[in-house]
Design a binder for this molecule. Structure first.
Ligand code: HEM
Length: 470
């Protein structure tokens, strides 16, 4: 639903903007640029380009010149030369918003030594498996609510067979899940009546991302006169307003506990507020950026995984057998159970190879010149690492279009081990995804219990013993 609508409105916007940009700004490659923003089918052009131009070619994005890298060895070369403070892009529009509103920067928008400091504070509670496993109960409650809601929707609006708008429902699930961890608060996204304020918050996040790439196509001096910039600012204002309210609520409840002499316990936000390693403004900025980075990514991956499973009953069956062997009779899984579910992990891993929600990522070599292949690139070269193209390179993954989770099983000797940089859906190195462990836990918890709601695909499935509880 949401994806379909946005693609429709995007293609109109695409045509209109293409004409305006060619005319006003003399930018001719809007189709190529738009593929980053709008759809996967257009991403296939990157594969075509890598076949035509080879593993390294230049292109333009607005006024920026990109060096595209579509070869696993060369991607490894770029990533292994990144210094102590890798830069993705300067994020000038995100930074400009923070400048004019006097806000702090978070892990996505900050660079240099300040970025390293932010990561050193945020990393432990999000990346260490032992810390992340503490969010299991919180997330399991969200999964239970999601399953209840999906079951209700299927029975009441889908003639007992279909859950309509599953992508929307998964988005709400991911939003609720991440808020429950980051703000230690339930937002009510899975309630029968969807809170209006939460809806506005979600719309603002979507709006901010939608216009974010478009702004980059205009020179900075034009931003203040551009209606799109105003939308961008309004969206961020709303995101920060709601995040600020949630953080203030948490501070209020901590103060109340201290006043009553009670022990203050909590998870992520409480931990950040109680340690004095960041100012309140910095905490707010970081939490907000974590939130915007963590919703679409997780929900889209689960949506693709369910779609792929529905098309591959034999893989679905194997997954189901694994899940019930580890969690029989409706046992709710814990994080420890996933070490005995290699196939579930492989299903998610293969989904991320086929549909990496971040199909390519950027690196600016700020600190030194770097060598890629036989070429020496100067400082400040902006590389676009084309992970999507490499994931479909048959010399890296034989039969690259096949959905084959067994590629990722350790014991599977039927195929050669893939190149370590052939598919890196969470990035690599010290600037890699901060939410990886949380996203994986959230996806495994959902996928191991969701079988009973997969009938959105109109495939009749055996009812899950687990969904019967929810
Ligand atoms: C399936 C889910 C996800 C995928 C595939 C994904 C993928 C990525 C990728 C590819 C990057 C860029 C890495 C690089 O440049 O080397 C990234 C960065 C980031 N991700 Fe994720 N992500 C996911 C979920 C999440 C979640 C749930 C959160 C928040 C809890 C999150 C927070 C971040 C942040 C803050 C960064 C920026 C890190 C930095 O610049 O220091 N991500 N993610």
């Amino acid at each position: 639903g949401r994806t379909g609508d946005s693609i429709k409105s995007c293609s109109m916007l695409h045509t209109a903007l293409g004409v305006c940009l060619k005319w006003i700004l003399n930018i001719n490659n809007f189709s190529e640029i738009s593929m980053y923003v709008f759809s996967f089918s257009k991403m296939d052009r990157l594969i075509e380009h890598s076949k035509i131009y080879g593993p390294l070619w230049k292109s333009k994005f607005g006024s920026m010149v990109l060096v595209n890298v579509a070869n696993a060895d060369m991607i490894a070369q770029v990533m292994r030369q990144e210094g102590r403070h890798p830069i993705r892009t300067d994020m000038p529009h995100w930074r400009f918003y923070r400048e004019i509103r006097n806000k702090a920067y978070g892990p996505l928008s900050q660079n240099g030594a300040e970025w390293l400091h932010i990561r050193s504070v945020l990393n432990p509670a999000l990346l260490k498996p032992v810390h992340v496993s503490r969010y299991t109960n919180t997330l399991n409650m969200v999964v239970t609510d999601f399953i209840n809601r999906a079951t209700w929707l299927r029975e009441n609006t889908g003639q007992g067979i279909v859950v309509h708008n599953l992508a929307d429902e998964l988005y709400k699930f991911a939003f609720e899940g991440i808020c429950s961890v980051l703000f230690e608060t339930r937002m009510g996204c899975l309630n029968e009546v969807f809170p209006e304020e939460t809806q506005k918050f979600i719309s603002s996040v979507g709006e901010m991302f939608r216009v974010s790439m478009i702004i980059l196509l205009f020179p900075k001096f034009l931003w203040p006169y551009n209606p799109i910039w105003k939308q961008f600012v309004a969206a961020w204002d709303h995101i920060f307003k709601v995040a600020d309210k949630l953080v203030q609520q948490k501070i209020g409840s901590i103060q109340e506990k201290v006043r009553l002499g009670e022990t203050v316990e909590g998870e992520y936000l409480t931990h950040l507020l109680l340690s004095d390693q960041m100012t309140l403004e910095e905490i707010l900025a970081s939490i907000t950026e974590l939130l915007v980075a963590g919703v679409d990514t997780t929900s889209n991956t689960v949506a693709w995984a369910l779609y792929l499973l529905a098309a591959h009953p034999e893989i679905q069956e194997r997954l189901y057998q694994e899940v019930i062997s580890v969690c029989p009779r409706g046992k709710i899984p814990t994080s420890d159970d996933f070490s005995n579910m290699p196939y579930l992990k492989a299903v998610i891993r293969e989904t991320l190879r086929l549909y990496p929600v971040v199909p390519g990522n950027a690196r600016v070599t700020a600190e030194k010149e770097i060598m890629v292949g036989d070429y020496l690139f100067p400082k400040r070269t902006l590389f676009h690492l084309c992970h999507y193209a490499v994931s479909y390179d048959e010399s890296v993954f034989p039969e690259p279009h096949a959905f084959r989770p067994s590629r990722w099983l350790r014991g599977d000797t039927s195929q050669p081990r893939s190149h370590p940089f052939g598919s890196i859906p969470f990035g690599f190195g010290i600037r890699a995804c901060l939410g990886r462990r949380l996203a994986e836990l959230e996806m495994y918890l959902l996928m191991s219990r969701v079988r009973g709601v997969q009938s959105h695909t109109r495939t009749r499935l055996k009812p899950s013993p687990i969904s019967a509880t929810g």
